[in-house]
Design a protein. Structure first.
Length: 231
């Protein structure tokens, strides 16, 4: 057990899906997995292990932000032997080509965080997805009749920005969307020999100002869940 996870040794599968919302983890476990069992509930950050199409898989919430997923992904890799971590989350569109409920595969993650300082690097680190998982997710999407958007996202430490127009500077660099976790997930995975990928559903748009409801974000983003489970 760790300070943040009270699962027993061996309780997690080698592959863990990581939605930000622990209630989304519960939804995935109850609606997609068979024989799902609760394996951790510290701070109500729910984690389950079950089976999908006969293969063992786990799902656990990551919380909001780089520090939170940084802690959970590190402990899953280092102390529970998890090899594949797939974030399934929501994002805000920076691109005019993205509509609500579109799927984004995060090939890379830029950030305004200082997370990389913990690695003592003399430069700026590019956090990238595992290519094997990325390719499988792309092909999985096509099999489901979904054409995903693939590219760079921004993992931001700031939700309420003092300058509401600041996002446009990132959009000029072809950043597809903003979320708050992928940079730490990718960095931890690359540092410790695991594989990671982020699959996102567009929940709102800074371009059009359209947005989904909290209930839709919890229960209706099923396409990305199927894409993740099918790989």
């Amino acid at each position: 057990m760790t300070p943040h996870i009270n699962a027993k040794d061996g309780a997690f599968a080698k592959t863990v899906l990581m939605p930000g919302d622990p209630l989304r983890a519960k939804f995935i476990a109850e609606n997609f997995l068979t024989d799902a069992k609760l394996v951790t509930n510290v701070r109500n950050m729910l984690g389950y292990t079950g089976a999908y199409n006969g293969k063992e898989v786990s799902v656990m919430g990551s919380g909001m932000g780089i520090p939170s997923i940084g802690i959970y992904s590190y402990e899953l890799i280092k102390f529970y032997g998890v090899e594949n971590l797939i974030r399934v989350g929501s994002c805000g569109a920076y691109s005019k080509d993205l509509e609500l409920f579109d799927i984004v595969l995060a090939q890379g993650a830029s950030t305004n965080s200082n997370y990389q300082s913990g690695y003592n690097l003399n430069g700026n680190y590019s956090a990238l997805a595992d290519f094997d998982l990325l390719l499988k997710a792309y092909n999985s999407s096509l099999k489901l009749g979904i054409t995903p958007h693939v590219g760079n996202v921004l993992s931001s430490d700031i939700f309420y920005h003092d300058n509401p127009e600041e996002w446009k500077n990132w959009a000029k660099m072809n950043i597809l969307a903003v979320e708050m976790e992928s940079y730490a997930l990718y960095a931890n995975a690359q540092r410790h020999g695991a594989k990671a990928l982020t699959i996102l559903t567009v929940s709102d748009s800074l371009v059009t100002h359209k947005e989904t409801t909290s209930e839709e974000r919890e229960k209706s983003f099923t396409n990305m869940m199927e894409i993740a489970l099918n790989i």
